[in-house]
Design a protein around this ligand. Structure first.
Ligand SMILES: [Zn+2]
Ligand SMILES: [Zn+2]
Length: 98
């Protein structure tokens, strides 16, 4: 079981809209590290096919209370929040990248 962060936005590392200073990693790791992420327009099927470097822009959790959706990944601690797709728990994303 693990906590899910608010859904990240995935960019190719070279995307002009990607925030600077993020740690890049290979696209094949996405299902492990960011299972609930959304893809920016710069991400295409080739991003995964060629296992390009990507970065994950942190989601905007905003100021809202946890409200359960009807979606719960098998390893999530509880139903994902319908606003941010996170579990509102303490998340150590770096741990997933090891
Ligand atoms: Zn992008
Ligand atoms: Zn939320």
């Amino acid at each position: 079981m693990r906590e899910y962060p608010p859904a990240h936005v995935i960019h190719e590392a070279a995307c002009e809209d990607a925030p600077r200073g993020l740690i890049s990693f290979r696209a094949h790791l996405l299902p492990v590290t960011h299972p609930n992420a959304r893809a920016h327009t710069c991400v295409s099927p080739q991003t995964v096919t060629y296992d390009r470097e990507v970065v994950a822009e942190p989601g905007d959790e905003g100021d809202h209370a946890y409200e359960p959706s009807d979606t719960r990944p098998p390893d999530a601690t509880r139903l994902l929040c319908q606003h941010c797709w996170g579990t509102h728990g303490e998340v150590d994303v770096a741990e997933w990248l090891r």
